[in-house]
Design a protein around this ligand. Sequence first.
Ligand SMILES: [Zn+2]
Length: 350
Amino acid sequence: MIMRLQRIILITIIFLATTLVTTQGATSSAARKSTVTSVSKSKKHSTKKHKSKKRSKKKKHNVNKKTSSEATKKDENVNVNKQSQTPPVYEVVTEEKSEDTFGEDIDIDFDVPSEELYGFSWTSEFLNPYKIKINDLPDSTWIDCRGFVFPVVKSAAANNHVTSNFGARRRRYHYGTDIGLKVGDSVVSSFAGTVRIVEYEARGYGHYIVIRHNNGLETLYAHLSKPLVRVNQEVTAGQLIGLGGSTGRSTGPHLHFEFRFLGNAFNTGKIIDYSTERCFADSYCITKSETFRHKADVERFNQMKYHRVRHGETLSYIAKRYGTTVKRICRLNHISRTTVIRPGRSIRYR
Ligand SMILES: [Zn+2]
């Protein structure tokens, strides 16, 4: 009887011990599993992080290229430009250059797009040393307009409104915007950059300054009474660069202000809202079709030819000389056959 009781107790102990061992095993395997899951989760997380890093780099790269799908999404900011493109997201990427600097996905530093656009081309000799025709310009380039400062500082008595716009004039094409000022008013740099030209042109711009900006634009400030910067000097946006005046070919004190992109002037009014003296948006997309829409206008303008009338010359003489008709000359000059053409007058014949 005692022996039987002892056997039962022994069997019970063995059973309990076995159960305990199995349960413990199951618990530790579950714990192991959960560790694996958390490791793989954190692995996934780090991959995601890496991808987003790469994406942010790509975004940066696309500042000029505009090929990402994100770039085609609508954005209210550019509606002013009436373009379908979306401005780039300007990011401050603080990470250090990684190993892929030498791979295919090169991280180009577009914080200074002008370096990418103009390369090593730097001269104070010519206003447009690049000689890039409008047709050969990049299809689209985003310009960062943040930090813009209106080039003329308002003086109490001055009227800083636009006195002449960009566009065709009677005899010459006007490549800038004229802003009224008083002689001696402060003229400041519109963006941060480096002074490329400080020159004097008696029969044209008078005292003028050209600055290349980090955002890829060049600005020109003409008819100054006194330039206050030197070539190669770095300037900040809003820094005093000269005093307004009326030097060169000018009929009164004003600032002749130009935007140039790779040497080609375009209407400053495409970026600057002159009613508020601010930029329409934080960025502007330069395109051949929209920004340089005036190209056809300029070509037509350049084909116009004029003849300066000398003593004794008649309309029929001028028509014969240039192989055209009196009727056509009358139409081009809004005159009639009986109009007296005095010596010194310019008559358009083409
Ligand atoms: Zn002008």
